[in-house]
Design a protein around this ligand. Structure first.
Ligand SMILES: [Cu+2]
Length: 232
């Protein structure tokens, strides 16, 4: 499994106060940035004004996952689900959509991610049905509609699998900056798939917002999803 692969988060600019533009500040909250300014000897008045902003309702929300807001890729898909229905993000307005690429025969990363998504959905309680998990298979040769129906059912009947053709997979993976590769197995004719193992999160308006690395704690992800739902 390729767990470290990450698309360049080029379009996630943290708004920086004037004068701190050259500072490679970590993407933490405005309060942290304000303290940073203080440490750099910025005018006390300016710093106080910034600290005041930290309590303002317009302060940018901070997420646990990587903020991809405004990214110009992975904006949508058009693929057939395991029930034969063509799907795009517009089908899921009003929900947070979690998109993951994997394959049913994966021994660890994929089932772990799906189990965690199920835990997150349960944690959300009444809001659980406002989370739509979407699993795009990178192994459409083996992951037929029948296989994927049983697979998703094993985790949550509401989870949806999308089954691209080989051509659609190549195009979608490219657009999503997702890596996948067929790798020969130990026995002749067998194979496994290497693939990116992170989750993209879309807000209820269908905008790409977050990139959660594999291993992001369940609580952290649930908090992010709740924050996206709250924004509407
Ligand atoms: Cu996997």
């Amino acid at each position: 499994m390729n767990k470290t692969w990450l698309p360049r988060a080029g379009a996630a600019p943290a708004r920086r106060p004037e004068g701190a533009a050259l500072d490679p500040a970590p993407p933490s909250g405005p309060r942290r940035r304000a303290l940073h300014l203080l440490a750099r000897g910025a005018g006390a008045a300016g710093a106080l004004a910034l600290l005041g902003l930290a309590g303002c309702s317009e302060a940018k929300p901070s997420f646990n996952a990587i903020d991809l807001t405004g990214a110009d890729y992975a904006r949508d898909f058009r693929l057939t689900d395991m029930n034969g229905r063509e799907r795009t993000l517009a089908d899921f307005r009003g929900k947070v959509v979690a998109v993951f690429f994997g394959f049913a025969q994966c021994p660890d990363v994929c089932p772990t991610t799906m189990l965690e998504m199920k835990q997150i959905k349960d944690k959300l309680g009444a809001d659980g049905d406002k989370l739509q998990v979407i699993y795009i298979t990178v192994d459409p040769a083996r992951d037929t509609a029948e296989v994927m129906k049983a697979y998703m059912e094993a985790f949550d009947p509401g989870f949806l699998a999308l089954i691209p053709t080989a051509e659609q997979l190549a195009a979608t993976a490219k657009d999503f900056k997702v890596y996948y590769k067929k790798v020969d197995g130990k026995t002749p004719g067998s194979y496994t798939m290497d693939h990116s193992a992170a989750t993209y999160l879309y807000d209820p308006q269908g905008r790409l917002r977050l990139y959660a690395r594999y291993g992001t704690p369940v609580d952290a992800m649930a908090a992010d999803i709740q924050a996206l739902l709250k924004q509407g």
